[in-house]
Design a protein around this ligand. Structure first.
Ligand SMILES: COc1cc(O)cc(Nc2ccc(C(=O)Nc3ccccc3)c(OCCC[NH3+])c2)c1
Length: 335
């Protein structure tokens, strides 16, 4: 008897690749395309009061479609469980990569940080703040490209990105002073602070603010007390200090960040932060789906455009992934 009958015939489950508080993530194969996916499985009973985070995250991920954000392909909800079918990121966490190399040199840190800034610029432009930016929430795909994950704490303030938030959330070491002081704050500004902590961690291999005692840690964050190791260049120190400003209004805004000299040096092209995904449907994928389901192309287009995040949505996105990787736009079995 299969543990997850809901997946039978649609996904072939393999090993567990991650397990945290409320979720387990398993590797799986999407039966129709043969593509690998990650399936995040959550038990509603275990979730308890956290349940609204899941609905928040699902709503957010349905609106976010970007080359540096882990893609949601399908949502399966049963009486007792949620299954999120997600993009497969086989190179694991950026956190582990930094630890494996002790710290990154400037050129490698610049490549990763450009992708992180692109993802954050995109979600802010969509009216979201992530609020939990940290290396554990940045995965790497097979080409070592950044994929931002875990939108369980993201916020889409009702009044838009200028309206204030109050919820205390995220991980202490990456949390902005105004957030840990319980003050009202702007989601975009706390994300800017977290990016400063992230850039520091990439270049140093340890955190700017760290302490066993949470009260000592908070004191260091609120007073902005951190040191630069001697190996940091002037350019990187200048950028980090423009992000780690205690006064949120003094932090470099994302529009400036996109063209900051440290991020454009030796690269000389601005950061392409807009989504590379086309708004219109891909003809080859629609054709292959229509053939498989024995429908006309316009019937198929109409169904996909409802974005039900059902198995058909997943199959469409995975055919698109195959196409973007230069693989044939083919399903494994054609009726
Ligand atoms: C929006 O994307 C999300 C949201 C979310 O709430 C959770 C996740 N989690 C994911 C997604 C993919 C993987 C994954 O593919 N991992 C992996 C695959 C092969 C080798 C190594 C890692 C994932 O992994 C979790 C464990 C990482 N330590 C989590 C995405």
């Amino acid at each position: 008897m299969s543990l997850y009958p809901e997946l039978k015939g649609f996904y072939h489950l393999r090993e567990t690749i991650g397990s945290g508080g409320f979720a387990k993530v398993k590797l799986a194969y999407h039966a129709l395309s043969g593509e690998k996916v990650a399936i995040k499985i959550m038990d509603k009973k275990t979730l308890g009061a956290e349940l609204p985070r899941v609905t928040t995250e699902i709503a957010a991920m349905k609106e976010l479609c970007h080359q540096h954000i882990c893609k949601l392909f399908q949502v399966i909800e049963t009486e007792t469980k949620f299954f999120l079918v997600l993009e497969y990121c086989p190179e694991g966490e950026l956190f582990d990569y930094i630890v494996s190399k002790d710290r990154l040199d400037e050129s490698e840190a610049q490549i990763f940080f450009r992708q992180i800034v692109a993802a954050v610029a995109y979600i802010h432009d969509c009216g979201f703040a992530h609020r939990d930016l940290k290396p554990e929430n940045l995965l790497l795909d097979e080409d070592q490209n950044i994929k931002l994950i875990d939108f369980g704490l993201c916020a889409k303030p009702k009044g838009g990105m200028e309206s204030l938030l109050t919820t205390l959330c995220g991980s202490p070491a990456y949390a902005a002073p105004e957030l840990i002081s319980g003050k009202q704050y702007l989601g975009s500004e706390v994300d800017q602070w977290s990016m400063g902590v992230l850039l520091y961690a990439l270049l140093c291999g340890f955190l700017p603010f760290d302490d066993e005692s949470i009260t000592q840690l908070y004191k260091k964050i609120k007073t902005g007390s951190y040191k630069f190791p001697e190996w940091l260049s002037d350019g990187s120190k200048e950028l980090i200090s423009q992000l780690l400003q205690i006064d949120p209004k003094k932090r470099i805004p994302i529009a400036e960040l996109l063209k900051h000299p440290w991020l454009t040096k030796n690269v000389n092209v601005p950061i392409e932060w807009k989504s590379k995904y086309k708004k219109s449907l891909d003809d080859d994928c629609i054709t292959e789906l229509a053939v498989h389901y024995g429908k006309t192309r316009s019937q198929m287009e109409e169904e996909i455009l409802q974005w039900k995040y059902d198995y058909q949505t997943a199959t469409y996105f995975l055919l698109l992934e195959k196409k973007m990787k230069g693989k044939p736009v083919r399903l494994l079995c054609r009726h």
